[in-house]
Design a protein around this ligand. Structure first.
Ligand SMILES: C[S@@+](CC[C@H](N)C(=O)[O-])C[C@H]1O[C@@H](n2cnc3c(N)ncnc32)[C@H](O)[C@@H]1O
Length: 193
């Protein structure tokens, strides 16, 4: 199935995120056997996009999260698109990842960092650095002004976007920014000696 067919099946909210998210996935051009972690499953939209591009994805969110954005029916969405066999769910908290050092080629946070309290974000970044391989990418997609405006139409109490770039220098990471229509991407990589 292609992305346009998926947009028709899942509908409005998927349309809203798919363009910017898919542009990033295509831009990164990760090898098909890349080990990918999608932090913050939500509706499963980002994991589904990765799977539509042929990637196998591990995704998760904390078991303890009772917000309206967690415990959504990501599996039903993935089944409708026929990519559920490429996605594995495992509950975890990004502040204390269950994974070994140097496990992932890419870690994605799509619409997630602003849902994590500011005081825990540095720990989340530390955990991402620890669990990613030396050449890995750690990517944050955060809504821009257009995106926040759209999101607030259905959730007026939604938090403001986070700015991941403020953590890059502190963790010695290089950063590349890509502007999107509704979501901006921040691509971090370890500064190799
Ligand atoms: C708006 S949803 C993200 C949308 C989702 N990425 C998608 O593609 O549909 C926010 C997600 O962040 C998750 N989240 C919040 N705090 C987290 C944490 N500390 N670790 C991992 N996930 C977290 C929530 O459980 C929820 O799944």
């Amino acid at each position: 199935m292609d992305i346009n067919q998926a947009k028709e099946i899942i509908g409005k909210q998927f349309n809203f995120i798919a363009e910017d998210a898919n542009e990033l996935i295509l831009y990164l051009n990760l090898p098909q056997n890349a080990k990918i972690l999608d932090v913050g499953t939500g509706m499963g939209y980002f994991a589904i996009l990765l799977a539509l591009n042929g990637y196998t994805v591990l995704t998760g969110e904390p078991e303890s999260d009772d917000s309206i954005y967690s415990k959504q029916n990501w599996l039903s969405n993935a089944q409708k698109i026929g990519v559920d066999h490429l996605i594995t769910f495992k509950a975890f908290d990004a502040q204390d990842m269950l994974f070994d050092d140097s496990t992932f080629d890419a870690i994605f946070f799509f619409g997630v960092l602003h849902h994590i309290h500011e005081k825990y974000r540095i720990q989340v970044l530390d955990e991402s650095v620890r669990t990613s391989k030396p050449n890995a990418v750690i990517c944050f997609l955060e809504p821009n002004q257009n995106g926040i405006k759209m999101i607030k139409e259905f959730d007026s109490s939604h938090p403001e976007a986070a700015d991941p770039s403020e953590y890059a220098q502190r963790l010695n990471l290089s950063i590349q920014k890509k502007k999107g229509r509704f979501f901006n991407s921040f691509i971090f990589q370890k500064e190799l000696p």
